[in-house]
Design a protein around this ligand. Structure first.
Ligand code: 13P
Ligand code: SF4
Length: 339
């Protein structure tokens, strides 16, 4: 077996022949030779390391289509981390996603190719903030979005994602729930349930930039366009959308709605990734880039596998409490009709 430190496997021509086609429909052919060398190395390293690559739907097409073993929304990534037999998990997403994998798999090596891949929602709240909210509303259980640090998860009763937030809130049987930290997701959930929600003013820096005018302009250009929006968008955007759901739910909607023209009001890579599987659908792309998701690249993934960097650690006592909150969410899981 060759050493992981010398990732020379296939010639450029052989790599292109073996892996170029994976990128068809999403990456210009002129770029295939560059990506194919990395894909070849990463595939070989995955085998050598007994590693699996879990990639979020916002990863670039050369990652999403080229090297990912599993792609999905935050809930799907957590479910896959919980069930994988691999010894190493390379999390192609942002830091809270890698922490969630580590919380669920304390004995595995969890790697993130760039440690700086953060999230404005995760940065918006601390465990001390959660403690203060509990003092103010002692009878209200705390639901935290998975877009939070391990410490915040550990301070909460149960986690949720955008795919199961309503079901998680309703599963508690409480009149009032503290819902953290995404205000707009919280307002969306509040519109779907009679449970009273105490909200926090956290926002996604990517989705908060969309406005209702963006949707109206799309409809003015083509009234037949089907508008799908992520629930991290402001309420006035969601009010104008035809469908609101997690990234995985938006992808499913493209498959079942029969719409010929679709606008995904979310991160830019979503349309690129989904368009490859739906050549008959015209994607209008009024998107915003997530600078954190875009820190992950094929060269960084290769380096991550060669050097086993950057390993994600969560203090065992924090992980144990956070695991309770995440596993409690996984028991509620994904409500098929709403996700
Ligand atoms: P999903 O769980 O819907 O994939 O969302 C994660 C996220 O970070 C959206 O900005
Ligand atoms: Fe965080 Fe928003 Fe980026 Fe998702 S898109 S990782 S919520 S900053």
């Amino acid at each position: 077996m060759s050493s992981p430190a010398s990732p020379e496997s296939l010639t450029a021509e052989a790599a292109l022949a073996a892996f170029g086609e994976r990128l068809r429909g999403a990456v210009p052919e002129i770029e295939w030779p560059i990506h194919a060398r990395y894909i070849a190395d990463i595939e070989r390293l995955k085998r050598q390391r007994n590693a699996v690559i879990l990639a979020h739907n916002y990863q670039t097409p050369e990652i999403y289509l080229g090297v990912a073993d599993y792609v999905g929304d935050s809930l799907g990534l957590a479910q896959e981390a919980a069930r994988t037999d691999a010894e190493v998990i390379v999390q192609c997403g942002v830091h809270f996603m890698a922490e969630t994998s580590k919380i669920l798999c304390p004995d595995k090596t969890v790697l993130i190719p760039d440690l700086e891949a953060g999230c404005s929602l995760a940065a918006s709240i601390t465990a001390a903030d959660v403690a203060l909210l509990r003092e103010r509303w002692p009878d209200a259980p705390v639901v935290t979005y998975v877009n939070t640090t391990a410490e915040v998860k550990a301070a909460s009763d149960i986690c949720c994602t955008s795919a199961n937030a309503v079901a998680v809130v309703e599963s508690l049987g409480a009149k009032r729930v503290i819902f953290l930290p995404d205000e707009y997701l919280g307002r969306w959930v509040a519109s779907q349930t009679s449970v009273e929600l105490v909200l926090w003013k956290g926002h996604c820096e990517v989705h908060e930039r969309f406005g209702a005018d963006d949707i109206r302009a799309l409809r003015a250009a083509d009234p037949a366009v089907r508008v799908l929006a992520h629930p991290e968008c402001p309420p006035e955007v969601l009010a104008e959308a035809d469908f609101v759901g997690s990234t995985a739910a938006m992808i499913r909607d493209v498959g079942v709605s029969g719409a010929r023209k679709v606008a995904m009001i979310t991160e830019c890579s979503m349309s690129d990734n989904v368009a490859a599987a739906h050549p008959g659908v015209d994607f209008v792309r009024p998107c915003n880039l997530c600078p954190h998701m875009k820190r992950i690249s094929l060269p960084k993934i290769r380096r991550s596998l060669v050097e086993l960097r950057h390993e994600v650690h969560v203090a065992p006592e924090v992980a144990a409490r956070a695991r309770r909150a995440v596993e409690r969410m996984l028991a509620v899981a994904r409500p098929a009709a709403r996700a």
